[in-house]
Design a protein around this ligand. Structure first.
Ligand code: HEC
Length: 126
């Protein structure tokens, strides 16, 4: 259909507006089932967020927490252990060269996501 022929079909502007309003209602109804899907979507989002936050550790601790050389690997570290270590870095109880600064850069929720991410990673064979 050409643009010209579509233009000539709708000569009453009010009819066009009514049609637009009906379209808007249809969008609201179509969105309702999406709200029911929001919960699993939020979980997937936090897994992504954990991975993204953990990516900031990769420069030093290796991809997915698999460090090379002397650096401490984080892959497979139990989440409780990592949370305790990061809390000690944050509070200054554990002396550090850099980790006390890094640990202060994350909220408790973010640190939990990071710890869960690394706990789920497989340590690479050395
Ligand atoms: C700039 C490099 C660097 C980055 C980035 C970095 N770390 Fe570290 N990390 C270190 C160093 C160096 C140590 C040894 C302690 C120290 O000197 O700070 C360490 C130690 C650790 C330890 C203790 C490991 C052990 O077995 O003793 C944990 C846990 C840790 N880091 C977690 C993290 C997490 C989580 C991130 C990302 C949010 C991160 N690190 C980002 C350099 C880094």
């Amino acid at each position: 259909m050409s643009i010209a022929s579509r233009g000539t079909r709708c000569i009453n502007p009010a009819a066009g507006r009514r049609r637009a309003a009906k379209g808007a209602r249809a969008v609201v109804f179509a969105a309702a089932p999406l709200l029911a899907l929001a919960a699993p979507a939020a979980q997937a989002q936090s897994a992504d967020l954990g991975r993204n936050l953990a990516a900031t550790c990769a420069n030093c601790h290796g991809t997915n927490g698999n460090a090379r050389g002397d650096m401490k690997p984080l892959a497979g570290m139990p989440a409780d252990k990592m949370l305790a270590m990061l809390a000690d870095f944050k509070s200054g109880n554990q002396p550090a060269s850099i980790m006390h600064q890094i640990a202060k850069g994350y909220t408790d929720d973010q640190v939990k996501l990071i710890a869960a991410y690394f706990a789920a990673q497989k340590p690479a064979a050395k």
